[in-house]
Structures are given as structure tokens and as C-alpha cells.
Design a binder for this molecule. Structure first.
Ligand SMILES: NC(=O)c1ccc[n+]([C@@H]2O[C@H](COP(=O)([O-])OP(=O)(O)OC[C@H]3O[C@@H](n4cnc5c(N)ncnc54)[C@H](O)[C@@H]3O)[C@@H](O)[C@H]2O)c1
Length: 292
């Protein structure tokens, strides 16, 4: 089978860890040349060493326009152009109640999570247009679709990423550049630990724990892995996904299908709880009516 990204040149931000790292690995396996940007330079250097001639790592703080522009320029200088961009770098951002949230911290979260997507797109477009088109994928989140999956600033930013993707897709269609968002569910990465202020090493251990113990969280019955998101991203970056633009793809093991009681037969039924009815009798009644 022909590799899906054969000879394509792809930039990936947040490429040193988690979903970004998983996507670097899958993109290389699918024949791509990758420029990975991140602020974890030790991990980035190790990544470049793992894939000599295939991956170029460069320090890139996605909140700094000059860094983002330089990352795209490296795709041109090292590999000869740019076909795909995965705007993925992110953190959990400021937490806490709205009335005590510092405005600077709120703006910083939006800067890192959504302005970065604008900056990546801005500096990728000329290079992609010069090659006759391209594909941009932006990491949003189920937190951009529903409440309850992330802090206020984070969720607001991720909703912005979804809408940015749609509007940019409309503008850039004429230049043959597709733009889509991917909405991961709960994926076993360091982001949960780093968001709680844990050192990287501890956060990486939390990610490993989630990978082994996160199966009960969603209907799929197993933990979400970076490779699950990478698969969707590679598909969107590849020509196989060429009819898909201006949309978001949810990859979440079914966690947003509905409340827990909809898919977990052991979860309390809220109506039974509210009315003080017997849970087992209610569950049996539901099972009976489902079969009639
Ligand atoms: N893990 C999940 O459950 C989940 C769910 C939905 C969305 N996401 C999103 O996925 C993306 C990747 O996160 P992850 O879960 O892989 O976490 P991660 O912590 O493993 O990876 C995030 C990467 O982004 C990098 N980064 C942070 N700030 C940066 C900056 N200013 N400039 C450049 N790089 C920076 C980090 O160094 C890290 O390598 C984020 O946008 C996150 O919001 C994650």
C-alpha cells in the first residue's frame, strides 16, 4: 500500500510530547518529512535523533510570531516546501472560578490555544499556496463542544479553534487549502499533570497511569491514546481526506455520546434518583421496554 503521506512536508507544533509526538511518529511511518516545533528542546533533540533525515526539530514557542514564521521557513529550507500543518501545541491554561480569574492569565490561555492557530495558519498559507494547496489540522477538544471537559479559558479557546477552522476553510478553499479541527476526548498524555502544576516527569507518569487505568471513562472501554488522534490527523492531512474541509472530527471513544447512565448500565439513573425509585427496578424496566 502506498504510504498516505509519501514525500509530504508537514509541520507539527507541540511535537515533543503526547498527541503531537504520536502524530510525528505516524506521519513519518506514512512517508512524510516532518518539522516538529516545541518548547521542550531536550525531547525535541531526541526526536530528531530517532528519525535522521526525516524529522527536523526546532524550538518554537507558538505564542511568538517570529518563532512560528521561522518554523514554516525551516520546512521550506530543509525539505523544500510545506504541504501540511498540525497546529497542536497546548496546555490546560488558567483554572478557577470566573470571578477570581486574572485577566492576564485568561488572555495568555487564549494566546497559546487559539491565537497560535491563527499564527500557524498565517505563516503556512503562502508556502502551501506556492505548492498549489495543502491541509491544515487544528487541535480543538470536546471541551470546545460541551461544558465539563476543561477550564473556562481552555474551553472557550477550543470552541474558537473549531470556528476558526470553519471560517479559514471558507476563505482558503479558493487556494486549495483545506482546514479542519480534530476534537480529542480524554487522551492519555501529560497535559492533565502539567495543568495541575506537576513537574514534567510526574505528569508523564500520570499519562502512563491514564493509559492503563483510563478504560472505564468512556463507552469504548479503553484509554484514548495519542495514536488514536494521530490516525485522524494523518487522514485529514493526506489526499485521502481531500473532500473534507471546514469541519471538526470528534475522536473521543464515545464519551460525548450522552451522560454516563446512557451507556453504563451500572451508573445511577438520574430520574430514579430524583424520584426515589429503586435503581434496579428502573434498570430492569428500561431493559424490558428497550426490547419491546
Ligand atoms: N490529552 C487530552 O485529553 C486532550 C484532549 C483534548 C485536546 N487536547 C489538546 O491536544 C493538544 C496536545 O496536548 P497533549 O494532550 O498531547 O499534551 P502534552 O502536554 O503531552 O503535549 C503538549 C505539547 O505542547 C507543548 N507546548 C506547550 N506550550 C507550548 C508553546 N508555548 N509553544 C510550543 N509548544 C508548546 C508542550 O511542551 C508539549 O510538548 C493540546 O492542544 C491539547 O489542548 C488534549
Amino acid at each position: 500500500m502506498t504510504p498516505r503521506l509519501a514525500k509530504k512536508i508537514i509541520v507539527i507544533t507541540g511535537g515533543a510530547s503526547g498527541i503531537g509526538l504520536g502524530t510525528v511518529e505516524k506521519a513519518v511511518a506514512e512517508g512524510a518529512f516532518v518539522v516538529a516545533g516545541d518548547v521542550q528542546d531536550d525531547k525535541g533533540a531526541a526526536l530528531e535523533a530517532r528519525f535522521p533525515g526525516k524529522v527536523a526539530y526546532q524550538h518554537c514557542d507558538v505564542t511568538v510570531e517570529a518563532d512560528v514564521a521561522a518554523l514554516m521557513a525551516t520546512a521550506q529550507a530543509r525539505f523544500g516546501g510545506l504541504d501540511g500543518l498540525f497546529n497542536n501545541a497546548g496546555v490546560g491554561g488558567v483554572m478557577g472560578p470566573v470571578e477570581t480569574t486574572d485577566v492576564g492569565a485568561f488572555k495568555a490561555a487564549l494566546d497559546l490555544l487559539v491565537t497560535s492557530v491563527f499564527l500557524g495558519t498565517k505563516h503556512a498559507v503562502p508556502l502551501m499556496a506556492a505548492r498549489g494547496g495543502g491541509s491544515i489540522v487544528n487541535t480543538a477538544s470536546i471541551a470546545g463542544l460541551q461544558a465539563g471537559w476543561g477550564p473556562l479559558a481552555y474551553s472557550t479557546a477550543k470552541a474558537g479553534v473549531i470556528q476558526f477552522s470553519k471560517v479559514a476553510a471558507a476563505e482558503l478553499a479558493v487556494r486549495k487549502i483545506r482546514v479542519n479541527a480534530v476534537c480529542p476526548g480524554l487522551i492519555a498524555t501529560a497535559i492533565f499533570g502539567t495543568s495541575l502544576g506537576m513537574p514534567r516527569e510526574v505528569a508523564d507518569q500520570i499519562a502512563a497511569m491514564l493509559a492503563t487505568q483510563g478504560g472505564s471513562i468512556q463507552p469504548a472501554g479503553r484509554a484514548g491514546e495519542p495514536a488514536d488522534i494521530a490516525e485522524a490527523v494523518v487522514w485529514l492531512l493526506s489526499d485521502v481526506g481531500s473532500f473534507v474541509t471546514g469541519t471538526h472530527i470528534v475522536v473521543d471513544g464515545g464519551i460525548t455520546v450522552g451522560p454516563r447512565h446512557a451507556w453504563d448500565p451500572t451508573a445511577p439513573q438520574p430520574i430514579a434518583e430524583a424520584l426515589g425509585l429503586d435503581q434496579a427496578a428502573m434498570a430492569a424496566a428500561i431493559a424490558g421496554s428497550a426490547g419491546s
